[in-house]
Design a protein around this ligand. Sequence first.
Ligand SMILES: Nc1ncnc2c1ncn2[C@@H]1O[C@H](COP(=O)(O)OP(=O)(O)OP(=O)(O)O)[C@@H](O)[C@H]1O
Ligand SMILES: [Mg+2]
Length: 466
Amino acid sequence: MHHILIIEYDNVIRDSLRRLLERNNYKVSEARSVDDATSHFDLDALDIIICNLRLPGKPGTHLIRMTPTPVLVMTKYASQRSVIDSLKVCAVDYLSLPLDHTQILGSIERVLSENLKEKKRACLNLRESEKPVAGMTGKCPAMAEMFRRIRKIAQTNSPVLIRGESGTGKELVARALHEGSTRKDGNLISVNCAAIAQNLIESELFGHEKDAFPGATSTRTGLVEMANNGTLFLDEIGELPLDAQARLVRVLEEQEIRKVGSVQPLMVDIRLIAANQGDLNQLVNEGRFREDLFYRINVMPLQIPPLRERGVDIIELADQKLRLCCERLGVRQKILSADAIQVITTYAWPGNVRELENAIERAVIMTEGDEIPMEMLGLDVELVKIDSMTPEPGPQSGAENEHSSASSGIDDIAPENLSLKDYFQHFVLEHQDNLNETELAKKLGISRKCLWERRQRFNIPRKKKG
Ligand SMILES: Nc1ncnc2c1ncn2[C@@H]1O[C@H](COP(=O)(O)OP(=O)(O)OP(=O)(O)O)[C@@H](O)[C@H]1O
Ligand SMILES: [Mg+2]
C-alpha cells in the first residue's frame, strides 16, 4: 500500500483529504507543519507528500529539496504556481485549491506510475554536485546559473565585472571568486570607490612617496600593492576619477604601479574584480568612464538577479536570516506567520537581500510572541504586488471548508490596477453591509485582529449599527 503524508494546518481540508485517500486505498499520515513532518516522519520512506504552500512556519516548498519523495503542493494562486513551476525539475506538482478530487487522484497516479521518485533522486544528486558558493543561498535557475559561472570564472585570472542592484550580494560574490581561486591564500582587498574622497583616492589606491604632496609626511603603501598575489575588489568603480582610471589601466596592462610622486614602477600581480550598480556603458557614453578600462574589466560579466526575481529563494533566505538573527540576538527561535510569508514573497524588495535582513531583524526585535506578524516587517504595502496578494484562506482563517472560498466573491474584482489599500477598501466597503466582521475577515483570508488593524491603518472605521 502506498504511503502518503498530508501536511496541512486546516483540520477540515486535512480530514477531507485523508478520507478521500483512504477510500482509494492509500495509507495516510498527517502533520500540521513542515517541522512537525520532519520531526515525526522519515520523509524518504514515503511515496508522496501533499502539503499546503502556506503553513505556519516554513512554507511547503521547503520540503521539495529535502527528500526524493515527490511533493504535491496545494495552492490557489497562479503567481505561487509559477514559483513552484521553477522547481518542477525536481518532480513536484501543484493541486489547485479548492481541491478537485479527480485532479488529486490523477496527480497521485501519475507520480506513482512514472516513478517520479527515482527521477527526482537523480535530479537531486545532480544538484548536490552544484553546491552554492561561500555563504550564498540560492537555488532558483538564475542563481544556479550564476553559481556555475562563479565556479568557472574563479579559477581564471581574468578581470570580472559584477553588476547588480544595491544589496544583491556583490561583495559576497567577490569573496566567493577570491576564495574559489588559487589566490585564496593572498589578500582580498575591498575598496568602495564611492566612500573615499576623490582627491585622496589615487594615493589610497596606489600609495605615495614622502613629500609627494602637502601633508604626505611619510611613504604610504597603496591598497593595490596590498592586494599583491591576491585579489583587488573595486566596488562602485564608476565613481573612480579619470586620473585614477588611467593608472588602473596601467596596472591591468603592464602589471605595474607607480606611487604618487614616484618615478620608480613596482611590479604587482593582482586579479581585479570590479562592481557597479549602474550601467557603466552609459558612463562611457557620457565621457565619465574610460572606454579602454571598460573593455578591460568587462571580460567576464556577472549579473546578480534582484531578490524579487528569485522565486522560492526569497522565503528560504527569509527563513535562514530569521534563524541566524534569533541566534545572534540570543532570543527564542521565532517563525513567520502565513501573512508575513505572503508579503515577503510578493514585496518588490528594492533594497534586495540587505533590506530583507533589516526587515527580519526589526521584526525579531519588535515581535513579542513566537510568530512574526506581517506588520512587524515594516514593509511599504504599496510595493506589494496586488495580484499575488489577493487573499487566500490560510491557517489564520480558521477551519475553512474546502469549497467555501469558491463563492467568496473575491475573484469578482479585477485587482491588477489596485494597490493593497485600494483593494482592501473596495472589498470592505462593498461587503460590510452584508457581512459581519468575522465573515469579512474570513473572506479576506485574514484574522479578525488583522482586519481591525487594517481598518485602523487605512482609516476605514467600522460602521455603527442602526
Ligand atoms: N545569496 C545570499 N545568501 C545569503 N546572504 C546574502 C546573499 N546575498 C546577499 N546576502 C547578504 O546580504 C547583505 C548584502 O550583501 P552585499 O553586501 O554582498 O551586497 P552588495 O550588492 O555589495 O550591496 P551594496 O550594493 O549595498 O554594496 C549581506 O549581509 C550579505 O551577507
Ligand atoms: Mg557592496
